[in-house]
Ligand binder design. Structure first.
Ligand code: UD1
Ligand code: MG
Length: 457
């Protein structure tokens, strides 16, 4: 698209959020609000400028490819645009302005809106919406039925204006020189003592400039977020969209209402997600996977045909193909399970690798362990990886059998094919093909109970 640049307003604190965090940094659909807006805007032009104020550094870090303008004091939306005057000096084209808090806006709507502005040869165009509850929004006041006359903020509106259902979405396209010229005329004589960008519309109309209004077909898209309750409703819409997109691609989501899947998550066809599952971050899940209820999977990969049973937490880890995990297993910190591994009830695995076909089925802690192929890790095994100062490694080579209730006191290495007898506390390396027994020898005192009874009389 020729000669169009973008300005996103994101300096506001978002007082009504009652948060230490700037509003545009709050998450909906698994990503900060500003990221959604930037993504939609980028479909029109890569040239994005952002006005920042509250937590400016954090916003800069999030969107490193944008240009930033600082608004140190938040004196209103008009003031925020004025701060960008230098950034656009000499630019004669169109400027698309968006607030940072409208994450549902669709790229297609912005494209149609920009085309409307261009084709109508308007000096300014406002994107408007007809909503059921216009409370809090600026109202579009029209001359008769057609032309826009002005925008009046809710707080400054008469009862008659408050009845208008057409609202300002805070998305505009302006002829850039006309915008900055009109901004010099904006005053802060209103209930909030702020410089309103909305006043520019009335000023341009009074200068006989052509102002257009373009109504969005789906009012949902322009929902702005001012409160936590609004954040939750927008989050729900984004998550619903994600579930619907996945279902369209062949994923079964048994209960989309209780399923939370972030926008960036990828899931293959014929995978089934049972109710009450949360999948977030950069997670990828293969085909024919089953994820049962009450699992949380974050920034992880799950290979095809694997099954995650109920109640598992999998974070920053990689689960290969044909694997079974859970119920109630916890994988974290770059744990890697290779093809065909089985991890069962109440097993915690941290920063460890389990080779193909290895099993660890019950009540176990494996930390900082490198475990080979086809091993059997008995119930209740613990790698004692921490000595109070440092984390020490455990190495278990292929085809090792660790008997139940054993402690492997790291650093320690169990050689290929070795056996560790149940109940052992292993403090020294075990050579390949050997049996290590490290427990008290059993003593049986035959008839001890009978003799004791006799002694007591
Ligand atoms: C604004 C509009 C209102 C519209 C509504 C749509 C004005 C005066 N009002 O009201 O007509 O119906 O959006 O959601 O423009 N910001 C700054 N610096 C500031 C103030 C705000 O950067 O000094 C940014 C905020 O970070 C936010 C955006 O501008 O992203 C909108 O500000 P907000 O306070 O949400 O305006 P509303 O009261 O919602
Ligand atoms: Mg707002």
């Amino acid at each position: 698209m020729h000669d169009l640049r973008i300005l996103i307003l994101a300096a506001g604190k978002g007082t009504r959020m009652k948060s230490k965090k700037a509003k545009v940094l709050h998450h909906a659909g698994g990503a900060p609000l500003i990221e959604h807006v930037v993504a939609a805007a980028r479909s029109l032009s890569p040239d994005v400028t952002i006005t920042v104020g509250h937590q400016a550094e954090k916003v800069r870090e999030l969107i490193p490819e944008a240009t930033f303008v600082e608004q140190k004091e938040q004196l209103g939306t008009g003031h925020a645009v004025m701060m960008a005057r230098e950034a656009f000096s000499g630019f004669k084209g169109d400027l698309l302005i968006l607030p940072g808090d409208v994450p549902l806006i669709a790229a297609g709507t912005l494209q149609n809106f920009a085309a409307f502005h261009r084709e109508g040869r308007y000096t300014a165009s406002v994107l408007t919406a007809e909503v059921e509850n216009p409370f809090g929004y600026g109202r579009i006041v029209r001359r008769g039925d057609s032309e826009v006359e002005s925008i009046v903020e809710h707080r400054d509106a008469t009862p008659e204006i408050l009845r208008i259902a057409e609202i300002n979405t805070s998305i505009y396209v302006f002829n850039t020189p006309a915008l900055f010229d009109a901004l010099t005329k904006v005053r802060n004589e209103n209930s909030q003592k702020e410089f309103y960008l909305t006043d520019v519309i009335g000023i341009l109309v009074s200068q006989q400039k052509k102002v257009g209004a373009f109504k969005v077909p789906h009012a949902n898209e322009i929902l702005g977020i001012n409160t936590r309750a609004e954040l939750v409703s927008v989050d729900r819409i984004l998550r619903r969209r994600k579930c619907e997109a996945l279902m369209a691609d062949g994923v079964t989501i048994v209960d989309p209402d209780s399923t939370f899947i972030d926008g960036a998550v990828q899931i293959g066809a014929d995978t089934i997600i049972y109710p009450s599952v949360q999948i977030s971050g950069r997670t990828t899940i293969g085909e024919d996977v089953t994820v049962h209820s009450f699992c949380r999977i974050a920034n992880s990969a799950i290979g095809s045909r694997s099954t995650i049973l109920d109640g598992c937490i999998i974070v920053d880890s990689s689960v290969g193909e044909d694997i079974s995990v859970g119920p109630f297993a916890h994988l974290r910190m770059h744990t890697k399970l290779e093809k065909g591994v089985k991890v069962g009830n109440f097993v915690e695995i941290k920063k460890s690798t389990l080779g193909a076909g290895t099993k660890s089925l019950h009540l176990t802690y494996l930390g900082d362990a490198t475990i080979g192929k086809a091993c059997n890790i008995g119930a209740g095994t613990i790698t004692c990886n921490y000595d109070g100062f440092t984390k020490n490694p455990t190495i278990i080579e292929d085809e090792v059998f660790i008997g139940s209730d054993s402690q492997l006191i790291a650093p320690v290495k169990i050689g290929k094919g070795a056996y560790v007898a149940a109940g052992s506390s292993i403090t020294e390396d075990v050579p390949a093909e050997s049996l290590a027994i490290a427990r008290g020898r059993q003593v049986v005192k035959e008839g001890w109970v009978r003799d004791r009874k006799k002694r007591r009389g």
